[in-house]
Design a protein around this ligand. Structure first.
Ligand code: GLA
Length: 387
């Protein structure tokens, strides 16, 4: 066996320095946008954010969509835990809001109508649960289908990307020019942090949220029925057959919507319960215990086979939890696997659905001179031994 002679001390130091630089992925620089295709005649850019714990998030200027989110399991094996496509074309063609920011008003507005300061506004009817029409997620071309401006940023060694979009007065039927910024950060505490900020020149409803589909086993790796959920929410907003809130707040106690202690999704999702029948499973807004507008824990999601755990913190008063009841295997994801029934979970931190028509709900009306600010954090960790 031949051995190479040891390098001289100076060379050794240089080798060590180079090795160290590669071992610690540098998060110090602002990420640069790379071309990801074209939408509306504009170049769409994608940004890759990394942290020092092996997490990676890719987000693009089309819809402020998070295209992938990679995070290790308890054996150090990394998986992409959000659903999505490989190419921009697929996002443009057909997506149930995979990874996007939705709005101007996320979730439903009854009959696509609301009245503000004595004037009635009419929106496109783009959704019809139970055969009853409503406006969903901002309309036909909501914030999930437009090209935003993107800028890679860095603060104290943490990488981020800032998306900016100006929605015109009258766009999708909404009043006022809305100037909206959504910033994603990937911190070394394994947090995907989202900061929203918006101003307007006329009073307008605003309820923007993130619509990522999570599967903590990894996208395409089967259903989510074994995921365990805990919500800091003693009440929810019951809905009618069109998934529009009745306006009442109902205690979760004694119902399959009680996640005040941990329960697996699959445990009660098919229970004989009118609310679950309307939703085709879970598709409801939970009224979070924290109504103070300060960042607080809203939910904990745990996947026992990988140990992956995701905590959701938010300043918002509500959490829409949807368990992929409309996925049916027709869409094929980025790794070539079909997305089947209940293969993902969506947690939309938000104000309550149909708020513009529900005077008793916290208001989503933004007025000129005011700034809407909102923060949500998806924080990843590992919990438990092998099941
Ligand atoms: C939200 C809604 C669901 C569904 C999804 C998108 O979560 O509440 O009913 O429309 O968006 O498919």
């Amino acid at each position: 066996m031949t051995r190479k002679p040891n390098p001289a001390p100076a060379t050794r130091l240089a080798i060590l320095a180079i090795a160290a630089a590669f071992a610690l992925p540098s998060s110090a620089a602002a990420p640069k946008g790379e071309p990801f295709g074209t939408a509306d005649g504009k170049t769409v850019e994608i940004f890759t954010l990394t942290n020092r714990k092996g997490m990676k998030l890719r987000a693009m200027t089309y819809g402020a969509i998070v295209q992938s989110l990679e995070t290790p399991d308890r054996d150090g094996k990394t998986a992409d835990v959000v659903l999505g496509y490989k190419t921009l074309e697929e996002y443009i063609k057909d997506t149930p809001y995979f990874g996007a920011v939705v709005g101007r008003v996320g979730n439903r507005i009854a009959n696509g109508k609301f009245t503000l300061d004595g004037k009635t506004y009419t929106l496109a009817l783009n959704n019809d649960p139970g055969g009853i029409k409503c406006s969903l997620h901002g309309g036909l071309k909501g914030f999930d289908k437009v090209v935003w401006q993107g800028e890679g940023i860095e603060k104290d060694g943490v990488q981020g990307v800032k998306f900016h979009y100006v929605s015109k007065d009258g766009e999708e039927g909404y009043p006022g020019t809305l100037d909206l910024t959504v910033t994603y950060w990937l911190t070394d505490d394994n947090e995907w942090k989202i900061d929203y900020s918006a101003t307007t020149d006329k009073a307008t409803p605003v309820n923007v949220t993130q619509h990522s589909y999570f599967n903590l086993k990894g996208e395409g790796n089967g259903d989510i029925l074994d995921h365990e959920l805990t919500f800091k929410a003693a009440k929810f907003t019951p809905v009618d057959a069109g998934l529009i809130p009745t306006g009442k707040l109902q205690d979760v106690k004694g119902t399959p919507l009680d996640f005040t202690t941990p329960h697996k999704v699959g445990e009660r999702v098919n229970a004989d319960n009118e609310q679950l029948k309307f939703g085709g499973g879970y598709d409801h807004n939970w009224v979070l215990d924290n109504q103070g507008g300060k960042l607080a824990l809203a939910a904990t999601i745990h996947e026992p086979t990988t140990g992956r755990t995701m905590e959701i913190l938010t300043t918002e008063p509500g959490l829409q939890f949807y368990c992929g009841n409309f996925l049916d295997g027709k869409l094929t994801g980025k790794s070539g696997k079909p997305y089947n029934y209940r293969n993902a979970l969506v947690f939309e931190t938000q104000h309550y659905p149909d708020s513009p028509n529900q005077p008793s709900f916290p208001s989503i009306i933004l007025k000129p001179g005011k700034t809407m600010k909102s923060t949500t954090v998806y924080r990843f960790s590992l919990k438990g031994g092998k099941p």
